[in-house]
Ligand binder design. Structure first.
Ligand SMILES: [Zn+2]
Length: 475
């Protein structure tokens, strides 16, 4: 492609013809920062009646170090502990008769040794406990925000100081590590996995103002909303194509621990969205090799060969087509779509292919072009930088990060200029007929149909269409 000679008039903002029709400003802010989960969690906390202590959660959510946001309910105890611990670090003692328990929050930069010392554990005892732990878990995997529960045993005489008896932590929702002091003074560590009971949960919603509001009303966990948007991102542009009255129905797996605490939301096993009256259904299918994808009822992949939007959380700031230059007054063809996103946002390869160009390209600034097949190329301009290893000849997979959003070249603000070229001619990424993804055939198709039937059978047992009935199932 020859594009060096093309005069570029990049206008990152203010040229939106149709974008952001429906989403309110708050949602726009969410989209721009890409922080869907935390923000949705905040709004859900305020709207939900099922949460006992939902006030003040915005701050708690903001404090959380991990941006991947699981279910709010499951998070509450942890967050309250963090809040409570924020003042003095120590959550409090709630020991049995002879055991004192104290919970310490891991701070940024902490190592486990430091946390133990802060909890009053003598260095040689801490070293012994850590050595035992290392046999089952690498303490360098400790992350800020995790909590360590220390146990101290009170001596029978009630006079001498409590003795360090070990500690526990849950590096993930489903894993617990326990280090115990043995009678001989040594330490023993154990990793236990919580067995989760799974159930199917159905949530339905109708879009009135925004998808976020509908998801919040339907009590759809942020993780499931993210998965839903990813699932349909190949078919739909969520900023432009949503209309009031569009609907979703999602059936997803939920994992609960022994105490009935929600430990996991997802995966989605069936989703149905209706856009302007047109339903699109997707079933989860697990191939014999373990690869999991979503297909419609006919076994056609929900994914297309190329993504229409190669960045998450984007807002279209300038459409494809003729536009008038704001200062000079003449019209010029805009050969791509501009997505306004925060600088540094990862840019994904729209499809499998080979990097054809990765270089400085005049007004396009840092520029990458990918050849996908005999018909299609995609181009990405104004990058802040390329991702590691991105150079001509390198093979990339769909969704792989190729670079980061910037404002290099002739650009008035951070955005991604994205082009799809068919036979080396730019086409409108939002309207071009996408090459299809793979379809299941033969044995795989038969297998998919059996799985689909089994899914439908289980869903049929969920009777309440309002979406709050849960049917327990073990699998
Ligand atoms: Zn552009």
């Amino acid at each position: 492609m020859r594009r060096d000679s093309v005069t570029l008039l990049e206008q990152a903002v203010g040229n939106s013809r149709r974008g952001m029709r429906l989403l309110p400003l708050a949602a726009a802010a969410i989209l721009l920062t890409g922080g869907t989960s935390a923000a949705v969690m905040g709004s859900m906390a305020q709207g939900s009646v099922r949460l006992p202590e939902a006030t003040g959660d915005r701050t708690a959510a903001a404090e959380r170090p991990a941006p991947s946001a699981p279910d709010l309910q499951a998070e509450l105890p942890a967050r309250n502990a963090i809040l409570a611990g924020a003042a003095g670090d120590v959550q409090g003692s709630r020991g049995a008769r002879d055991v004192e328990r104290r919970t310490l929050k891991v701070r940024p930069g902490d190592v486990l040794m430091g946390v133990l010392k802060r909890g009053g554990v003598a260095p040689e005892k801490a070293a012994g406990a850590l050595k035992a732990l290392r046999a089952v878990w690498d303490p360098r995997r400790l992350r800020p925000g995790q909590r360590i529960t220390l146990r101290h045993r009170r001596p029978a005489d009630g006079l001498s100081a409590p003795r360090f008896a070990g500690f526990s932590l849950e590096p993930e929702r489903t894993t617990r590590l326990t280090v115990r002091r043995r009678p001989d003074g040594g330490f023993h560590a154990r990793e236990s996995r919580k067995k989760l009971e799974h159930r199917l949960v159905r949530r339905t919603g109708t879009i009135r103002t925004s998808l976020y509001a509908a998801a919040s009303n339907a009590d759809l966990p942020p993780a499931v909303l993210d998965a839903l948007m990813t699932l349909y991102s190949y078919k739909v542009d969520f900023q432009r194509d949503l209309q009031p009255g569009d609907r979703f129905r999602v059936v997803y797996k939920q994992g609960l621990d022994d105490d009935g605490r929600i430990c996991r939301n997802g995966p989605i096993i069936k989703a149905r969205m209706v856009f302007s009256g047109e339903p699109m259904t997707a079933y989860r299918y697990k191939a014999p090799d373990g690869d999991t994808q979503y297909f419609n009822a006919r076994g056609e992949s929900v994914r297309t060969a190329l993504k229409r939007t190669p960045v998450d959380g984007a807002r279209i700031s300038s459409d494809y087509g003729k536009r008038r230059h704001p200062i000079q007054g003449y019209t010029r063809m805009h050969t791509g779509v501009d997505f306004a996103v925060a600088p540094g946002t990862p840019i994904q390869a729209a499809g499998d292919g080979v990097i054809e160009e990765a270089r400085w390209n005049g007004g396009y600034g840092r520029y990458v072009e990918i050849r996908h097949n005999a018909d299609f190329d995609t181009a990405y301009a104004h990058m802040q930088r390329f991702a590691d290893g991105i150079h001509p000849g390198r093979r990339v997979e769909q969704g792989e990060i190729i670079g980061y959003v910037g404002s290099t070249g002739r650009s008035t603000g951070p955005h991604l200029h994205y082009e799809i070229q068919k036979h080396d001619k730019a086409v409108n990424p939002l309207e071009v007929e996408m090459p299809a993804g793979r379809s299941l055939e033969g044995k795989a198709l038969a297998r998919f149909k059996r799985q689909r039937k089994a899914i439908e059978k289980r869903i049929a047992r969920l009777t309440d269409d309002e979406g709050h009935t849960k049917v327990a199932s073990r699998d």
